[in-house]
Structures are given as structure tokens and as C-alpha cells.
Design a protein around this ligand. Structure first.
Ligand SMILES: Nc1ncnc2c1ncn2[C@@H]1O[C@H](COP(=O)(O)OP(=O)(O)OP(=O)(O)O)[C@@H](O)[C@H]1O
Ligand SMILES: [Mg+2]
Length: 322
């Protein structure tokens, strides 16, 4: 039986301009320790929110896969949705040495005796939690094959624990995310991304998460760095989008970029600009260096700084004069 016994209106729950008649089922109990911590600065995007809510409402035997470039908001979205619906979460971040048993459970020595400790997948299936598998495309596809049955709605059978059978709770959901779409990394930007089995990917709905629109990123920066003048926040977002267009090859440039400004880096730039506003040289430049440039190749560093200088104009010296 489902535990989802309370309706949350979209408008107040996700801070969206939507009639109060649109509601989403969630849980009355807000005390479960597995409910993620709510980030009140999180800004929901209508499209991706619609996609995750319709999945949570009616998964219809599918998993949900968020794909996109780094720092675009793939991981935080399901956690923040869960935080607002009081939906407990079990999660795991995949890596090349991940084994299926890491998700299901293993025998461990506890206080001198061997005990079977259930893994996050087994707990999520038993208790009706969301299971979030981060960076799924980093895992060995052979290990992921063990998930086929589960994604198809079959019970989890734990052979290593005497054949224990766990039937999926009605509120169990499977969400994964990765930088690729499951067919390997054709860009050469991501180390360790594997090509996933096509039959495995067939079990997912796939949603692309691009960097947010200017409007949304301005709302995010307003929350994260409200003390930064609006004009500077606008110029930061404009700079980020110029960098992104070069990164994806949309704009021609003498120096193609293999690094971009993620929403994560943009937020960092805004916050650090306030910290370094009184730096002896430009606080904006100093913060940009720590946020992004220090990781870039020397020519790309110069190219990115020039983009920022062009966008900011006289404002580039803001850190010194204020
Ligand atoms: N909609 C948003 N509202 C507020 N902050 C956001 C939003 N989207 C992204 N961020 C910020 O960007 C950071 C990166 O987001 P997140 O970790 O979800 O990205 P990701 O796509 O999972 O990245 P990666 O591919 O590197 O794992 C978050 O910690 C948060 O600070
Ligand atoms: Mg992530």
C-alpha cells in the first residue's frame, strides 16, 4: 500500500505560477531521516519539474534518466523534489569498481558477528523510497545488468542472503543521471564514461538537462548572491552563456573551449565575487579565476577572461571601487 497520503499544490510547493488545483501526492511524515535536506534557494524549472513529477506520479514500469553536461542541475533536482514531497531517498554514486552487490547488500562483521547489511537499492524497494543512482554511466555495464529485472518490475532476489525476496513497494522509484546519454562519451570531455547496454537504456525515459535559461539563472543568482548588484549578476549570466556557446561549438572562435561555465561554477563566481570585492585587483577577475579559469588551459584562460572583460566593460573593476 502506498504511503503517499497528502496533496502538495505545485504553486506553493515548487514556487511556480500555476493554479492551486494542480497538486502532487506526497507524504505527511516529514520526520523520516532519509528525506533530503531542503534547499530554499533551489529554483524549479517548469519543464524538468513536469518530467520528474509525471514520472513520480506514474512510472509505468520505467526508470528515469537525466542526461547532460556537468553542473547543470541533474542531481539536485530529484533531491529537492523529494525534500518537498517528504519522499525518502536512497542514493549511490556509481564508479568503475561498483558491483551490483554494493546496491543490494553485503555481509559485514558487526560487533563480532557476521550480518547482512542491505544496500540502498534493497532498502528503497522494501520501504518505498526513491533510489537515485548518480553517474550511472561510470559503472561497469555488466554490473548494471543485474538491474534489468528490477526495472522491469520483478522482485529483487538476494541469493547471497539465503534467497531473500524483496518485492518493490508501490512508492519505489528508480532515477539515474549521467553526463552521457548512455551511448558513451562522443565529446572526449568525460573520463571514465562507459557505453551502456542498449537493452538497459531501453528501460528508461531519458530527459536532457541543459544549463538553465537566463531567466532561471538570474533567479538562482538572486537567491545565492542577493548582495551582488543586479547588473553584475546579469553580466555574469551573459558571460556564462557566451562561454557555453563556444564550448558546444555554436559560436565560431579562434580558441575552441573544452571547459565551460556550469551553473555550479556560475554560483561560485557570484558568491566569491562578494567575498573578494575588496581584492587589490578586480574582485570579479579574482573570483572568476578560482571558479573556473584556474582549471583551464592557458589559451582558454585568456580567451574566457577576455569574454568576461568584454561583457563587463567598466564594471570589471567593480571589486576595487566599491
Ligand atoms: N535550479 C537550481 N536552483 C538552484 N541551484 C542550482 C540549480 N541547478 C543547479 N544549481 C546549482 O548548481 C550545482 C550543481 O548542480 P547539480 O549537482 O545538480 O549538477 P549535475 O548536473 O548533477 O552536475 P554533475 O554532472 O557534475 O554531477 C548545485 O549544487 C546548485 O548549487
Ligand atoms: Mg550530479
Amino acid at each position: 500500500m502506498t504511503n503517499r497520503n497528502i496533496s502538495f499544490p505545485y504553486c506553493t510547493t515548487f514556487n511556480l505560477d500555476i493554479p492551486p488545483s494542480f497538486v502532487m501526492g506526497g507524504f505527511a511524515d516529514s520526520t523520516n531521516p532519509h528525506i533530503p535536506k531542503r534547499d530554499d534557494d533551489y529554483v524549479f524549472r517548469r519543464e524538468t519539474l513536469r518530467d520528474i513529477l509525471s514520472f513520480l506520479n506514474l512510472p509505468d514500469g520505467d526508470g528515469l534518466y537525466f542526461a547532460g553536461h556537468y553542473g547543470a542541475g541533474k542531481t539536485t533536482l530529484p533531491y529537492q523534489v523529494a525534500a518537498r514531497l517528504n519522499w525518502p531517498v536512497q542514493s549511490y554514486t556509481a564508479h568503475s569498481r561498483m558491483e551490483f552487490d554494493d546496491l543490494v547488500g553485503t555481509w559485514k562483521m558487526v560487533n563480532g558477528t557476521m550480518q547482512f547489511l542491505h544496500g540502498p537499492l534493497a532498502i528503497a524497494m522494501r520501504e518505498g523510497h526513491l533510489f537515485i543512482l548518480n553517474e550511472i554511466d561510470r559503472a561497469d555495464p555488466g554490473q548494471l545488468a543485474g538491474l534489468h529485472d528490477v526495472l522491469e518490475g520483478h522482485p529483487l532476489v538476494i541469493a547471497t542472503n539465503g534467497g531473500e525476496v524483496i518485492h518493490a513497494h508501490e512508492d519505489f522509484r528508480f532515477i539515474a543521471n549521467g553526463n552521457s546519454f548512455g551511448s558513451g562519451d562522443s565529446t572526449g570531455l568525460y573520463q571514465g564514461v562507459n557505453q551502456l547496454d542498449i537493452a538497459f537504456m531501453d528501460r528508461f525515459r531519458v530527459v536532457e538537462v541543459d544549463y538553465p535559461s537566463e531567466e532561471i539563472e538570474l533567479m538562482i543568482l538572486e537567491k545565492k548572491a542577493p548582495d551582488l548588484p543586479l547588473e553584475l549578476r546579469e553580466k555574469m549570466v551573459r558571460t556564462a552563456n557566451k562561454i557555453r556557446r563556444l564550448f558546444i561549438g555554436k559560436d565560431e572562435a579562434p580558441t575552441p573551449l573544452t571547459i565551460t561555465m556550469s551553473t555550479r561554477a556560475l554560483c561560485r563566481w557570484a558568491k566569491l565575487s562578494l567575498v573578494y570585492r575588496n581584492a587589490p585587483t578586480s574582485g570579479l577577475a579574482y573570483a572568476l579565476n578560482q571558479s573556473l579559469l584556474a582549471k583551464a588551459e592557458p589559451e582558454q584562460r585568456i580567451a574566457i577572461e577576455q569574454i568576461a572583460k568584454d561583457v563587463f566593460g567598466a564594471n570589471w573593476q567593480w571589486g576595487q571601487s566599491s
